[in-house]
Design a protein. Structure first.
Length: 396
């Protein structure tokens, strides 16, 4: 499962987010067509390559016609509601605008819907918020996480004078998020739009284990010499099977062996990575069996509770172990238009190629659907997966 990790070590803004998404491969043509899709005619989109402290980035800038009037936040929500975007994008964009309205309203003492934005700021906010959220949708990641958000140092110039960083509305939007203080960032690092995006997109800190797939950098407008004023977004694969694990073990002699399989299923459902059983000789000559479970550290208590609930054991031994694993991913092969089999692909060390292994449950289901022996189905799935992996490497 692929995930995205937002790395706002130098802060985050809407244009930085869009630049990082383009650097990750989201099509530039999509962004150039966004203003017209949202009914914002006359807006130009400039995308250019930029360098920040030697790091190659993408920089995004909108050219927005100045208008004598502005818009209230309450006017922007219906605009998003009418936008031709998915329900997932629409829900988060509306939430982001409401968060911005509530924050600015608390600062200025006005109702959230009556918060006034000048025309350029309003249009820019719509493009940044809707564009960033839809851009993450185009990455096709399952989950989005974020590291601590840099707030910067010093003061920022505002309409009514100089204000300490983070500015009041940004500080409200950062409530509940983990922030990073200090560091080299001078001035405003995170804008209200950037803080709102983290609030509506990120599910907290990333998981403990993951494997990097690729990264992209989006440039900010300033270009200081002593740090890269850019946002980094990483695309990664979850690797829950790797790293430190908790091992649980128990011996039982008063449970019928026919209930071992339901026990195994319950442990896997609770989050166990592996469950093994084998016969043992217990005290007074009684025959029993040992259950040994490998679980992620974070799920050790839940898996232990399942072991107590679904077995007759009165005690469980636990210890922490290190587990070395091969990098793995999954491909799907179509045996017929209606029948597919998932196949695990294990990367061999030292570029020695890959090993493929069809998923057992999928093989059994495919065998029933096709009326063929499971072993034959497994061989076909393995052959097709090896050909698919080889073709993918050739294209790369």
């Amino acid at each position: 499962m692929q995930i995205a990790i937002i790395d706002p070590a130098a802060g985050i803004s809407g244009d930085m987010t869009l630049g990082a998404l383009l650097a990750l491969g989201v099509p530039q043509a999509w962004l150039e067509g966004l203003p017209r899709r949202l009914g914002l005619d006359g807006v130009g989109v400039a995308v250019r390559d930029a360098v920040r402290c030697g790091v190659r980035c993408k920089q995004v800038e909108f050219t927005i016609p100045e208008q004598p009037h502005g818009r209230h936040v309450g006017e922007l929500v219906p605009l998003v509601e009418r936008a031709p975007v998915s329900a997932w994008v629409k829900e988060r964009a509306i939430q982001a605008f409401r968060l911005v309205g509530e924050a600015e309203g608390r600062v200025h003492g006005v109702p959230p819907d009556q918060v006034h934005l000048h025309e350029v700021g309003a249009v820019d906010a719509v493009l940044d918020i809707v564009g960033a959220i839809e851009g993450f949708e185009q990455l096709a990641v399952e989950s989005i996480y974020a590291w601590p958000v840099a707030v910067g140092n010093g003061w920022v110039e505002a309409e009514h004078g100089r204000l300490p960083v983070p500015a009041p509305a940004t500080a409200i939007l950062l409530e509940g998020l983990e922030v990073a203080t200090g560091g080299p960032v001078e001035g405003e690092a995170t804008t209200p739009t950037g803080a709102a995006l983290v609030r509506v997109l990120a599910a907290g800190a990333p998981p403990a284990q993951w494997r990097l797939v690729r990264g992209g950098w989006g440039a900010g407008q300033r270009n200081p010499r002593h740090y890269p004023n850019a946002l980094r977004i990483l695309v990664a694969e979850q690797a829950a099977e790797a790293g430190r694990v908790t091992v649980l073990a128990t011996d039982v002699d008063d449970m019928s062996p026919e209930y071992v399989e339901p026990l195994r299923q319950a442990l896997v459902a609770a989050g166990a990575l592996d469950v093994q059983t084998w016969p043992v000789q217990m005290k007074k000559g009684r025959s029993g069996f040992r259950v040994e479970v490998v679980a992620p550290e974070a799920l050790a208590e839940i898996v232990t509770a399942a072991l107590f609930r679904h077995s007759t054991t009165a005690g469980v031994r636990r210890w922490v172990a290190e587990r070395a694993t091969l990098a793995r991913r999954q491909v799907t092969v179509q045996l017929t238009p209606e029948v597919a089999v998932r196949v695990k692909v294990l990367e061999q060390p030292d570029a020695e190629g890959v090993r493929v292994k069809p998923e057992y449950d999928d093989v059994l289901a495919a065998a029933r659907a096709l009326g063929r022996p499971p072993l034959e189905v497994a061989r076909v799935a393995q052959r097709d997966a090896e050909a698919l992996v080889a073709k993918t490497k050739e294209r790369a």
